[in-house]
Design a protein around this ligand. Structure first.
Ligand SMILES: Cc1ncc(COP(=O)(O)O)c(C=O)c1O
Length: 418
């Protein structure tokens, strides 16, 4: 079986069975106990004041920002080296994203640049635990207290990570999670907002009342998704001709039928908000996410064991965690001098590695000026974006596959790194 970091990596047999069962039970698609149960699970796990499921992580972030009652001219600080949907959520709330640099050799935010960019217009900081590596939460929280700023944690990639023994998601005033197709747990699309400060809970509940569940078509697509990839994945490198293969041809057909979407829509790249983005998580998606949450302990254990081996074997290239960080390791980032060569070498051996985020504000094609990013604003982050490659850690990877990946990276390092 090829190793494909981004194609439905979490789906196990139990998930396929559940998706199939739900496909045959349309009465459970929109309504049922699933969403309340998932909300309660997150509320208990994080001891939060409120947990609410959304159609996506970006919708959950939109709601967190809505609860702040932002006015035009307000500024929200966020890390460069992010996904376009994060600054978009700020802009859709009428505020201005202000990008903060990362540290030189880690994806964590630079405290020096953060302090420099706080102004009298700043209302909140969104801190992102990229690849599941927790950011420097203690210092950031202190800054938020000092300047009376709201702290929002972007936990889209970090469910289960800890900083100084405390779970990420519990440090901020609010935090959001993603259940996207290649996240820690997945319902193909989905997200959740966690509120830790009661004064925000009442506002969030107020706005949430008008949210409707996503459409039956959205549920149908998401339930088909893992089943489609059962077909696509084994054929991904079969009958290759130039850039094509049998698996890719099948995927293309499903894309033409609009049964498989890109995770970020074209109009989002242009900085526009798609219709129907602000919706609740439908029951079926909540049931899928809950089933994976029930295995979170195992999931984290597997990812950490795989990451430990990468860190041991590839210590010259892997980004090491600090002692106070206990990452969830959604992916294991490497910093290399020629990422394209490594990706190519791996592909020749039927391994697709990750390229998050080879574009400073991902994915390719984002209109940076519209977002207010100007080249040179965040130099460290720009440098990281041209060096990063990420290795898969999804729990289904076998040890033989992990060793294969390690060998590929060693081959690359031998040929191209000094
Ligand atoms: C860092 C980060 N923040 C936010 C999001 C948005 O999550 P979703 O795709 O569920 O809207 C993503 C998704 O890729 C992400 O990687």
């Amino acid at each position: 079986m090829p190793i494909l970091i981004n194609l439905s990596p979490n789906a196990k047999l139990a998930d396929l069975k559940l998706a199939f069962k739900l496909l045959l039970a349309p009465h459970k698609w929109l309504k049922g106990e699933g969403l309340d149960q998932l909300n309660q699970t997150f509320k208990n796990y994080f001891q939060a004041d409120l947990a609410l499921g959304f159609k996506s992580g970006r919708a959950a972030l939109w709601m967190a920002l809505k609860a702040l009652g932002l006015k035009p001219g307000d500024e929200i600080l966020l890390q460069a080296f992010t996904c376009v949907v994060v600054p978009n959520a700020i802009r859709f709330n009428g505020a201005r994203p202000v990008f903060v640099d990362t540290q030189p050799n880690s994806f964590n935010i630079s405290l020096t640049d953060l302090k420099k960019k706080i102004s009298f217009k700043t209302r909140a900081i969104i801190v992102q635990h990229i690849f599941g590596y927790p950011d420097n939460l203690k210092a950031i929280k202190q800054l938020c207290r000092q300047y009376k700023l709201v702290l929002i944690e972007d936990c889209a990639q970090s469910l289960g990570a800890e900083y100084q023994g405390q779970k990420v998601g519990t440090w901020g005033d609010m935090a959001f999670f993603s259940f996207g197709r290649d996240k820690m747990i997945s319902s193909v699309s989905g997200g959740l907002l966690l509120v830790n400060r009661p004064e925000f809970s009442s506002r969030v509940k107020h706005f949430y009342q008008v949210f409707k569940p996503a459409s039956p078509w959205f549920v149908f697509k998401n339930l088909c998704h893992p089943l489609i990839f059962v077909l696509v994945k084994p054929l991904y490198f079969t009958c290759q001709w130039k850039k094509f293969s049998l698996g890719k041809a099948i995927l293309f057909i499903f894309q033409c039928l609009h049964l498989v979407d890109k995770p970020v829509q074209l109009i989002e790249l242009q900085g526009k908000q798609p219709k129907n983005q602000l919706q609740k998580l439908p029951n079926a998606m909540a049931l899928m996410a809950q089933q994976q949450f029930d295995q979170l302990k195992w999931n984290l254990c597997q990812r950490r064991a795989i990451a430990d081996l990468y860190l041991k074997e590839l210590s010259a290239l892997a980004v090491k965690p600090q002692p106070e960080q206990r990452p969830a390791y959604l992916r294991l980032p490497l910093l290399v001098s020629q990422p394209a060569k490594l990706l190519q070498l791996a592909k020749k051996q039927q391994v697709i590695l990750g390229d998050w985020y080879q574009y400073l504000i991902a994915p390719r094609g984002v209109d940076l000026t519209r977002l207010g990013y100007h080249s040179g604003n965040c130099l460290h982050a720009e440098k990281l974006a041209v060096q990063v490659v990420n290795l898969p850690t999804y729990p289904k990877l076998s040890w033989t596959q992990v060793k294969k990946i390690i060998n590929i990276v060693k081959q690359y390092a031998h040929q191209y790194e000094k």
